[in-house]
Ligand binder design. Structure first.
Ligand SMILES: NC(=O)c1ccc[n+]([C@@H]2O[C@H](COP(=O)([O-])OP(=O)(O)OC[C@H]3O[C@@H](n4cnc5c(N)ncnc54)[C@H](O)[C@@H]3O)[C@@H](O)[C@H]2O)c1
Length: 429
């Protein structure tokens, strides 16, 4: 075979391999990833921000959907400013996203609508043959959780939960330490989302936002994944262990009612609303391997920002507390005392941060928002399982209905379904 023939065959083979892996060649013949064509449903605060992050990662955006024309206009301006073609807007009402899902020039959708809509929209997207990246939480009911798992299984499309807190520098660093065995057997984790969000429950006129509607309608932990996500990854939930049952308890709603009384005058309609959401709730989760997770949720108590998320992890050989960023490592920490986590930063920085840290930091939010978009696009391009898949999203989100059920039943234990359908001990990733 002549070198010319060999070269032609090599290029043809390369082009075929590239096509399989979703790659294309640029004018210079260099292999480039083919841009993923992404539609966005819900171009509000979060949607427009993640749209910008996705555009920086090289996606094309042929279509946007929102019930608010102003949101479509804002999203369109973001796409055009990034050098993209004007996307088509879908703004004919709450179900117009289904018309967008019929397009054949969309590979994937980003779902950044109010939380109550994530599951139906993600399921419809998967069933319409699109990959789906959903904002947190994934679902509000047990049935919706199963719906996502079934839709991902049956369509073979990539479903990923965009849980950005799993990608904080320190959360990935602890994951790296756990995987290298520094913690030994894991026994206990404490985590929480504690963030005074009372002002976000109301529109200017006192009517409820979608967050306010959740506070009116739900008594459980309605925002579990920021706190639980990293802990679940440390404990190997759905990959060696699984959450089997929970009990939950609550406070009253004194701080929420106090806020309403101070903000709205007597006789105002907002004062008539009976909120189910407690100021604070705690959910205790037991795992199959005997670990205990103490999960706090509080978006109504008065306290200055920022507290937001915190994490502790206890192993037989190590202990970590994110509130001071302290760690103790048996055999490494001199004496029996806490040390600054930063001392181990160089040694245990997670490879994702070593490789992409500079790019990640440039996207803001301390870099955490860059990774869910990147990891999702990688999974779509490679046809590989995403790092936070439907079974993970369902397990983390099912805390919403089950903590509410436990609270409603005065702390009765609730069984947590096995969304891996028996594969939790052997799943890798
Ligand atoms: N991961 C994070 O750090 C983080 C931060 C903020 C918000 N979020 C999540 O992002 C989601 C959106 O939050 P947000 O603060 O951007 O809310 P938002 O109210 O600013 O945006 C929601 C958008 O969805 C649109 N919408 C409502 N119903 C729709 C429908 N049927 N079809 C199409 N569009 C519709 C609204 O018009 C609005 O533009 C929430 O689920 C929230 O939990 C995550």
């Amino acid at each position: 075979m002549s070198p010319g023939v060999r070269r032609r065959e090599f290029l043809a083979a390369g082009a075929a391999a590239g096509a399989v892996a979703g790659l294309a060649r640029d004018a210079l013949g260099q292999v480039q990833p083919k841009p993923v064509r992404l539609g966005v449903i819900g171009v509000g605060g979060r949607g427009s921000y993640l749209l910008g992050v996705a555009l920086k990662a090289g996606v094309e955006v042929p279509a946007l959907c929102d019930i608010a024309p102003a949101a479509i206009a804002r999203g369109t301006a973001i796409v055009e400013k990034a050098g993209g073609k004007k996307p088509e807007g879908y703004q004919k009402g709450p179900t117009d996203y289904q018309r967008m899902l019929q397009r054949d020039d969309l590979d994937a959708v980003l779902v950044t609508t109010p939380m109550q809509l994530h599951a139906p929209m993600s399921i419809d997207a998967l069933r319409a043959g699109k990959h789906a990246l959903s904002e947190v939480a994934a679902a509000m009911t047990v049935d919706e959780c199963w719906g996502i798992v079934r839709a991902a299984d049956e369509t073979g499309k990539v479903y990923m939960l965009a849980e950005n807190c799993c990608y904080w520098f320190h959360c990935l660093m602890i994951l790296n330490m756990v995987q290298k065995g520094l913690f030994g057997e894991l026994t206990y984790a404490e985590c929480g989302y504690v963030h005074d969000c009372r002002s976000l429950l109301f529109q200017g006129d006192g009517s409820l936002t979608w967050r306010g509607e959740m506070a009116r309608d739900c008594c459980g932990n309605v925002y579990p994944t920021h706190s639980l996500g990293p802990v679940a990854q440390w404990l190997g939930i759905n990959r060696g262990d699984r959450m089997v049952s929970l009990v939950a308890g609550r406070t009253g709603s004194a701080a929420l009612n106090d806020y309403v009384a101070k903000r709205f005058p007597e006789g105002h309609a907002a004062r008539q609303i009976r909120f189910k959401l407690p100021d604070s709730s705690t959910t205790l989760i037991r795992t199959a391997k005997g670990a205990l997770i103490d999960l706090r949720f509080d978006m109504c108590s008065a306290r200055p920002h920022p507290t937001t998320t915190y994490y502790t992890l206890q192993g037989v050989k190590a202990s970590y507390d994110s509130r001071q960023q302290f760690i103790w490592l048996d055999g490494r920490t001199p004496g029996y005392r806490w040390e600054e986590l930063s001392k181990y930063m160089k040694e245990f920085e997670h490879p994702l941060w070593t490789k992409h840290g500079a790019e990640a930091k440039a996207t803001g939010h301390e870099g955490a928002d860059y990774f869910p978009i990147r990891e999702f696009l990688q999974a779509v391009r490679k046809g590989a399982p995403p790092p936070i898949d439907a079974a993970d999203a369902a397990a983390w989100s099912v805390i919403i209905p089950l903590s509410a059920k436990s609270i409603a039943e005065d702390g009765a234990p609730q069984e947590i379904p096995d969304f891996t359908k028996g594969k939790w001990e052997t799943r890798k990733g």
